[in-house]
Design a protein around this ligand. Structure first.
Ligand SMILES: [Zn+2]
Length: 424
């Protein structure tokens, strides 16, 4: 399998569209701290940016999972164990299977930055601030800026492909150990790598844009072509940057050398075409047949001669089909994610520090159901003492697994050993 590790430059603010958890208050008031004094406060202020500070060092369970070979053995025990005797209020059904919850950490090997890893967005760009839904929905200026950044970042994302972790998940799924995958990632790598294993995209996906009025979707590739057509100076610039390879690096100096200059906010600002002149199309469906608004009046959808959306419009705004900060997760998706947890007997988290509330909430649900929980993530994980604090006395990998290693070092070997088991 040829791997193509396309790089998405973090300074282009693409992360605001790559990983967009909806909102992240601290622990909800009903979360209890189990046997530790190292958890976050019990109050729940409506913080809408994930916790960005350093997390406490990881707890390793079992202790042998410090090494790669120990972690491989632990994950094998975890995946192949019978249903846990501690599972509560559920039928036997698929309780021998594991549901996966994945985060940005597993896409790093595909060239996408995570948040808190070594080169994570919050680590390399201290002033990074993602766009909020209400800004995007309300302000034409915010959308111009968003789409200008996104336009430049898109070729890098198109080049990025699933990596060894995604392919190993496919194989583990084929062997029958997985019930489904819930992902926080919006890169569509899961559905690409394992279409036969069900994937729920908790925060949506970048492969489409969605109309805020009629909810119709347009493929992002098609939308990119419209942006090219409406912004010829930017299109020329982007073609030049693709040619010089300026988009293949995260390194600011190398980017500058290759002709990509960013202002201190991480925006590309072309002297001949500042992003304030950036134009984007309207929803084709709303343009063709203006919809009725909630108050019963007919919406106005106005465009320039070439199709660029005009701010005199009252409908037809296209948004990436991802959940932005300050935007709620689709209620159907939220319910489906809870069902995915309830439909399995154990939960394995890969490449997430659970800093976003929507992810933590699912892990908390699994924990309350008595599901064994495994977490493979480099560095600390929010609230891990709640999950593993009591297990330190009984470090049995069947009941819980926590290691701080790269999933790419572990999962492919687990696949090989599961294959060997099947032939014994
Ligand atoms: Zn529409």
């Amino acid at each position: 399998m040829t791997q193509n590790y396309g790089t998405v430059p973090s300074t282009l603010g693409l992360r605001s569209s790559l990983h967009t958890p909806s909102f992240s208050p601290l622990l909800p008031a009903n979360v209890s701290a189990v046997g530790n004094n190292n958890v976050l406060p019990m109050t729940a202020p409506a913080i809408r940016i994930p916790f960005t500070g350093p997390l406490p060092p990881p707890i390793i369970v079992p202790p042998s999972a410090r090494t790669v070979s120990g972690a491989i053995d632990a994950l094998l025990s975890f995946l192949t164990a019978p249903p846990s005797p501690y599972l509560r209020g559920v039928d036997v059904g698929r309780n021998a299977q594991t549901v996966l919850l994945t985060g940005a950490g597993i896409s790093v090997a595909s060239g996408l930055s995570d948040y808190r890893g070594e080169n994570g967005t919050y680590v390399t760009n201290k002033t990074y601030r993602p766009i909020y839904f209400h800004e995007f929905a309300k302000r034409h200026e915010s959308r111009k800026r968003y789409w200008a950044r996104s336009f430049v970042g898109w070729p890098g994302l198109v080049k990025a492909k699933p990596n060894l972790t995604h392919w190993a998940i496919k194989d583990i799924g084929t062997k029958g150990y997985l019930s489904s995958v819930v992902t926080q990632n919006v890169d569509s790598f899961h559905s690409f790598a394992h279409p036969e294993l069900s994937t729920l995209e908790l925060h949506g996906y970048l492969r489409s844009v969605v109309c805020l009025t009629c909810r119709d979707q347009v493929p992002r590739d098609e939308f990119q072509k419209s942006l090219e057509r409406l912004n010829p100076t930017w299109a020329e610039f982007l073609a030049r940057m693709v040619e010089t390879g300026a988009l293949d690096t995260d390194h600011p100096e190398e980017q500058r050398r290759k002709g990509l200059k960013l202002n201190p906010d991480g925006d590309v600002d072309l002297a001949e075409a500042p992003y304030s002149t950036f134009r984007y199309p309207s929803c084709p469906r709303c343009l063709e047949k203006p919809p009725r608004l909630k108050d019963g009046t007919l919406a106005r959808v106005e465009v320039e001669n070439d199709g660029a959306w005009l701010p005199t419009s009252t409908a037809g705004i296209l948004k990436p089909a991802v959940t932005m900060f300050g935007e709620n997760i689709d209620p159907d998706v939220k319910t489906a994610a809870e069902e995915a947890i309830d439909d399995a007997g154990r939960l394995l988290v890969l490449g997430s520090s659970l800093a976003t509330y929507s992810a933590w909430r699912l892990v908390e649900r699994a924990h309350k159901r008595g599901m064994p929980i495994g977490i493979i993530n480099i560095g600390g994980v929010r609230n891990e003492p709640v999950l593993f604090g009591t297990q330190l006395e009984k470090p049995d990998a069947e009941l819980g697994l926590r290691c701080s290693l790269n999933t790419e070092l572990i999962l492919p070997e687990v696949v090989r050993q599961l294959s060997a088991l099947a032939h014994m």
